[in-house]
Design a protein around this ligand. Structure first.
Ligand SMILES: NC(=O)c1ccc[n+]([C@@H]2O[C@H](COP(=O)([O-])OP(=O)(O)OC[C@H]3O[C@@H](n4cnc5c(N)ncnc54)[C@H](OP(=O)(O)O)[C@@H]3O)[C@@H](O)[C@H]2O)c1
Length: 273
């Protein structure tokens, strides 16, 4: 049976993907930051845990070396782990911005670079990067997070060209709204009162928070995992896969109505103007 390396299987989409592929009989190598809390977890198949904190420089390369030595070359790499920050860029701690880029872009890149030679030697494979609908457009106050997803989108497109020479398929997975813990995880969001930014941002942030809170019918992580599995197993050379609620609709609206018109429409809605 094939094997898949999935980063960030502790919760959400990564966990649902780990369970889905394990149920199919795949060998899943899943990463968590700390394996201890998962010692008693029952998985629906073979899930081997590796520890990796991708906010640490060099962690991607170190993880790849451990995986190759202990589990062999994975058939699929699913770069799923991700972190977000919510708030005006003006207030953002530069160290946090760097961390968001490290977890979402730099270490996933290092994982790819470290695994590609082994995949080529094995005759091929698949690299799937979980980007976001926010890698095709940008939501205010998610600016840095969305910038990391745009980076991973562009990187995936370049990889698509380069890795085709080695028989390695590349997939950019673009989730819309999935019901997971990520929405409550923003560091600046924590605290007894909602964070509303400094300077002129308060009303606009409240408006954006209302918009985000009003999004109904989010896709479950399990449903998103089904769509991601279908994208990974798609033998075609298709690169981009909008998955889960609103992703395809938002991307289509932007293409058909024009970028600026859609930006102006949402600006009024999002910024409460
Ligand atoms: N949910 C959505 O609507 C949505 C939409 C678009 C894109 N996405 C993307 O989908 C992916 C999965 O997100 P999710 O929604 O499933 O959120 P989630 O439940 O918060 O899962 C994020 C995963 O990433 C891991 N992670 C975070 N920081 C890490 C670090 N420094 N080192 C290693 N692992 C780290 C988390 O591990 P810990 O438990 O240790 O923090 C967790 O396993 C992300 O790339 C996210 O950007 C999600």
């Amino acid at each position: 049976m094939p094997s898949i390396l999935i980063t960030g299987v502790s919760t959400g989409i990564g966990r649902a993907c780990a369970e889905r592929f394990a149920r199919d009989g795949w060998t899943v190598i899943g990463t968590v930051r700390d394996a201890a809390p998962f010692a008693a977890t029952t998985w629906p198949g073979e899930v081997r845990l590796e520890e990796a904190d991708l906010s640490i420089p060099g962690s991607g390369r170190a993880l790849a070396a451990r995986v190759l030595a202990a589990h062999g070359t994975p058939d699929v790499l699913l770069n799923n782990a991700g972190t977000l920050d919510f708030g005006p860029v003006e207030d953002e701690d530069p160290a946090r911005a760097e961390e968001v880029f490290r977890v979402n872009v730099f270490e996933p890149i290092e994982l790819v670079r470290a695994l590609v030679p082994a995949m080529r030697e094995a005759g091929g494979g698949t690299v799937a990067n979980v980007t976001s609908v926010g890698g095709r457009l940008t939501f205010p106050f998610f600016t840095t997070y969305n910038a990391t997803k745009h980076a991973l989108e562009g990187y995936s497109e370049g990889l698509w060209h380069e890795l085709a020479l080695s028989g390695i398929r590349v997939k950019a997975i673009e989730p819309g709204f999935v019901e997971t813990a990520i929405w409550g995880r923003s560091v600046r969001d924590r605290g007894p009162e909602p964070y509303r930014g400094s300077g002129p941002y308060g009303p606009a942030m409240a408006s954006m928070a209302r918009f985000e809170g009003s999004i109904a019918n989010r896709t479950s992580a399990e449903r998103a995992a089904e769509e991601i599995r279908a994208a990974i197993l798609d033998p075609s050379d298709r690169l981009r896969y909008p998955v889960a609620a609103y992703a395809a609709a938002l991307i289509r609206a932007r293409r058909w109505l024009g970028e600026l018109r859609v930006m102006r429409f949402f600006h009024r809605r999002w910024m409460g103007e």
